[in-house]
Design a protein around this ligand. Structure first.
Ligand code: B16
Ligand code: MG
Length: 214
């Protein structure tokens, strides 16, 4: 393992719950019910793709300017939530894992589909841990396309086969595997079965588990 690439929402911090609450509120305004199961499909994919999934759940067809208005509305609510975030919301075990990767001289990157990723990491005061940060503003195709992870590896100067990705979304696991990388899933085997290893919480992960995948 030469590099470890972390997803953000749902891996470093539970912003996934804020995305869900904001999308659910928007869906309700549109008369669409959004379940936690539906929400799994929104994880890791871009804002506009998430909106398209919700609209298709409700069988709604709206024009592009209206889509932009709806996506902006959801984002305003999401930004209100993340602006209140404190560094205490970082998941237990994250900082010690980053520390131990540094000690082992592994390179560390962050690869998030979110266009709000930099706001989140600044709120959490964790920017300095990452040599490379790739976010939703820097890519054309979001997960499950491998673009984001391939770009992170390229910027780190590491071959994809020497990278391991930590992900909580099915789309993210798929993206990592199509990039030719190892992948750890954080969550349930039912959702993330394509990962090399699945753990319930990031706290259960050690650098030994990461290294063992190579
Ligand atoms: P934004 P990740 C992803 O972040 C989220 O999982 C996904 O639910 C969200 O739609 C996407 O970011 C875009 O977020 O609306 O803030 O640009 O999991 O790749 O860190
Ligand atoms: Mg995620």
């Amino acid at each position: 393992m030469k590099a470890c690439i972390f997803d953000l929402d749902g891996v470093i911090v539970d912003t996934a719950k804020y995305h869900f609450v904001a999308w659910k509120k928007l869906a309700e305004e549109l008369g669409i019910s959004l379940t936690e199961e539906d929400n799994e499909r929104l994880k890791g994919v871009s804002r506009m793709e998430s909106l398209n999934i919700i609209l298709s759940l409700g069988g709604l067809d709206v024009d592009d300017p209206e889509k932009i208005r709806l996506a902006d509305k959801k984002n305003d609510w999401f930004v209100n939530y993340i602006n209140e975030m404190k560094k205490e919301e970082i998941f237990p075990g994250v900082i010690s894992l980053l520390q131990s990767l540094k000690e082992k001289k592994a390179k560390i990157a962050l690869a998030s589909s979110s266009k709000n990723a930099k706001t989140v990491i600044d709120k959490l005061e964790i920017r300095d841990w990452f040599e490379v940060i790739v976010d939703g503003t820097m890519i054309t195709h979001s997960k499950p396309d491998p673009e984001i992870f391939l770009l992170a590896a390229e910027r780190l100067g590491v071959e994809p086969k020497d990278c391991i990705v930590v992900e909580d979304a099915e789309a993210g696991v798929e993206a990592a595997k199509s990039a030719g990388m190892k992948c750890i899933g954080i969550g349930s085997v039912a959702q993330l079965g394509k990962a090399d290893v699945v753990v319930n919480q990031i706290e259960e992960l050690s650098t030994e588990t990461l290294e063992k995948q190579f």
